[in-house]
Design a protein around this ligand. Structure first.
Ligand code: NAP
Ligand code: F7E
Length: 380
C-alpha cells in the first residue's frame, strides 16, 4: 500500500527546454507526478512536451501539470511550491545561451544567479528545506579558461562569459555575510554564483541540494541556435535544396558532447543518493566544431575539404567543389572557451552512471531527426 511518504512529486523549472522535456518523460515513466513551471509567452512554448499530453503511457489525468511562473518572480515560485508540495525539485530554468549572455548580461544574472537563490529561499519559506531534494543545473562553462584537462569536481573554475560572469548583479544579490569573501575572491558569475549558493544552502540549512556540473549535451530537441543543432538543421536543408551553405564562427573550439537523454538520468540519480554532493557528468571525449561538421556531412555521404585560413576559411564538397561552409565573424565570441573535456569518474563510482550514446550515434540521431523534420516541414 502506498503511503504519503512514498509519494514522488517532482517540480521542474525549465520543463519546456531540451533537458526539461527529457526529464519530464523520464520521471513520468518512473511513476512520478510531474509539475512544471512555464513562462507566459505570446506564442506556444510547449512543443517539446506536447507529446506527453498525448502519450497514453505517460499521461494519466493529473500526472503532469503545468503552472505559470518565472525565475524572476519569487511570489510565483512560492505559490507553485505551496500548491505542489514537491519531494524533488529540478532547477533547469535558465537563459542558457552563452553568446546571448553577452547581449543580455544583466537578465542572465537575474535568471541564472538570483533566480536560483529565489528558488532556494522559496523552499525555505514553504518550510520544505528538510524534506525536499534539490537539483541544480550547473555547467562545464564554469571551467572556462582552465588549463587542466580533463576537468573534474576538483578543477578550479575560471568562467569566460556573462552566463558565467556578472560581477555587479552577483555582488548586490549576495547576503551580507558573503560579501567579504566575495570581495576577496574578486571573481563572480551567474552560474558560478548559483553553484556556490547551492553549496552554501546545503551547508547552512542542511538541505539536500546537489549541483550537476554537466558538460554539453545535445539531441534532436536542442535549441536551434546551439552549434550542433544549427549544423544538423542546416545540412538537412542543404541536402533538400532549401539552403546553399552553412555559416559558422570558431571551428576549433572543442566540446565534450553527450546525449541529453543520458544526462537527465544522471540528474535523477544524484537525488537518489544518501548524501547530497556535486558531480561532473561528461562523456570523457572531446571533439572540435570542425569534427562535428565533418561527421554530420559524412552522414549524408559528403566529404568536406577545408581551404583558406581564419575568417577566409571555407569548407567545400571534396567531390563537386560546392561551397558548403563559410565563416562569419559575427559568430565569434568576445571570449571563448577553447577546450572542454570532462572526467565523470566520481558519478560512475558513486552511482554507476556512464553515457550510452557515442559521438557518432549522437550525430546520427540529430541528422535523422532533422532530415525527417525538413522533409515534413521545409519551413521549420
Ligand atoms: P534550454 O533548452 O535553453 O531551456 C531553458 C529552459 O528555461 C526553458 O524551459 C525556458 O523557458 C526556461 N526559462 C528561461 N528563462 C526563464 C525564466 N526567467 N523563468 C522560468 N523559466 C525560464 O536549456 P537546456 O539545454 O534544456 O538546459 C537546461 C539547464 O541546464 C539550463 O539551466 C542550462 O543552463 C543548463 N546546462 C545545459 C547544458 C547543455 O549542454 N544543454 C550544459 C550544462 C548546463 P522557455 O521555453 O519559455 O524559453
Ligand atoms: O557553442 C562554437 C562556439 O553555443 C559551442 C550551453 O548549453 O553548453 C552550451 O554552451 C561552441 C562554442 O554551446 C558557432 O564558439 C562556432 O565554442 O553550442 P554552443 P556552448 O557555448 O558550449 C554549456 C555547457 C552550457 O552550459 C550552455 O548552457 O561552438 N561555435 N560557430 C558556434 N556556436 C554557436 N552557437 N553558433 C555558431 O554559429
Amino acid at each position: 500500500m502506498s503511503t504519503n511518504s512514498d509519494k514522488r512529486v517532482a517540480l521542474i523549472t525549465g520543463i519546456t527546454g531540451q533537458d526539461g522535456s527529457y526529464l519530464a518523460e523520464f520521471l513520468l515513466e518512473k511513476g512520478y507526478e510531474v509539475h512544471g513551471i512555464i513562462r507566459r509567452a505570446s506564442s506556444f512554448n510547449t512543443a517539446r512536451i506536447q507529446h506527453l499530453y498525448e502519450d497514453p503511457k505517460c499521461h494519466r489525468p493529473g500526472k503532469m501539470k503545468l503552472h505559470y511562473g518565472d525565475m524572476t518572480d519569487s511570489s510565483s515560485l512560492i505559490k507553485v511550491i505551496t500548491a505542489v508540495q514537491p519531494t524533488e525539485i529540478y532547477n533547469l530554468a535558465a537563459q542558457s545561451h552563452v553568446m546571448v549572455s553577452f547581449e543580455v548580461s544583466e537578465y542572465t544574472a537575474e535568471v541564472d544567479a538570483v533566480g536560483t537563490v529565489r528558488l532556494l529561499d522559496a523552499i525555505r519559506t514553504c518550510g520544505l528545506e528538510k524534506s525536499v531534494k534539490f537539483y541544480h543545473a550547473s555547467t562545464s562553462e564554469l571551467y572556462g579558461r582552465t588549463s587542466e584537462v580533463p576537468q573534474n569536481e576538483r578543477t578550479p573554475f575560471y568562467p569566460r562569459s556573462p552566463y558565467g560572469i556578472n560581477y555587479y548583479s552577483f555582488y548586490i544579490s549576495l547576503k551580507q555575510d558573503f560579501k567579504h569573501d566575495i570581495i576577496l575572491l574578486l571573481i563572480a558569475c551567474a552560474k558560478l554564483y548559483s553553484f556556490w549558493i547551492v553549496v552554501n544552502y546545503r551547508e547552512a540549512y542542511n538541505m539536500f541540494a546537489c549541483n550537476g556540473i554537466l558538460f554539453n549535451h545535445e539531441s534532436p530537441r536542442r535549441g536551434e541556435t546551439f552549434v550542433t543543432r544549427k549544423v544538423t538543421r542546416s545540412i538537412a536543408k542543404i541536402q533538400l535544396g532549401l539552403q546553399d551553405f552553412l555559416e559558422l564562427g570558431n571551428l576549433d573550439a572543442k566540446r565534450d558532447w553527450g546525449h541529453a537523454k543520458d544526462y537527465v538520468e544522471a540528474m535523477w540519480l544524484m537525488l537518489q543518493q544518501e548524501i547530497p554532493d556535486d558531480y561532473v557528468i561528461a562523456t570523457g571525449e572531446s571533439h572540435s566544431v570542425r569534427e562535428f561538421v565533418e561527421t554530420a556531412f559524412q552522414y549524408v555521404g559528403r566529404t568536406i575539404e577545408w581551404k583558406g585560413e581564419g575568417v577566409k576559411e571555407i569548407g567545400q564538397d571534396a567531390e563537386t567543389g560546392q561551397l558548403l561552409v563559410k565563416i562569419n565573424s559575427k559568430y565569434f565570441r568576445p571570449t571563448e572557451v577553447d577546450v572542454l573535456l570532462g572526467d565523470a569518474s566520481k558519478a560512475k563510482e558513486k552511482f554507476g552512471w556512464k553515457p550510452t550514446t557515442t559521438f557518432q550515434d549522437l550525430v546520427k540521431d540529430m541528422m535523422d531527426a532533422d532530415l525527417a523534420l525538413m522533409k515534413r516541414d521545409p519551413t521549420a
